[in-house]
Design a protein around this ligand. Structure first.
Ligand SMILES: [Zn+2]
Ligand SMILES: [Zn+2]
Length: 82
């Protein structure tokens, strides 16, 4: 997952879904509780980040309504407009 330059700070510029352009919300990893590790192993769900941005639109809508030229972009990619 591309998270370069993204921090946990809610005051950061708004991230948007790179596929459909919807805003994204901060989601804490439900498998490791945001620690990034479970049983001293790197969490395989979040790859140690403990959190990620997630498109607020539901998956079906996001899949059906890509922005022009973004048809090949998978849901889960996030852009941060600086
Ligand atoms: Zn996790
Ligand atoms: Zn989306």
């Amino acid at each position: 997952m591309e998270t370069a330059g993204i921090t946990r700070d809610y005051d950061d510029p708004d991230p948007t879904c790179a596929r459909c352009g919807s805003p994204c919300e901060w989601v804490e990893c439900r498998d490791c509780g945001g620690n990034g590790y479970t049983h001293h192993m790197r969490c395989e769900t979040c790859w140690g980040d403990g959190w990620w941005w997630e498109c607020i639109s539901d998956a079906a809508w996001c899949e059906a309504h890509p922005l022009p030229g973004r048809e090949g972009v998978e849901r889960g990619n996030v852009e941060v407009i600086q």
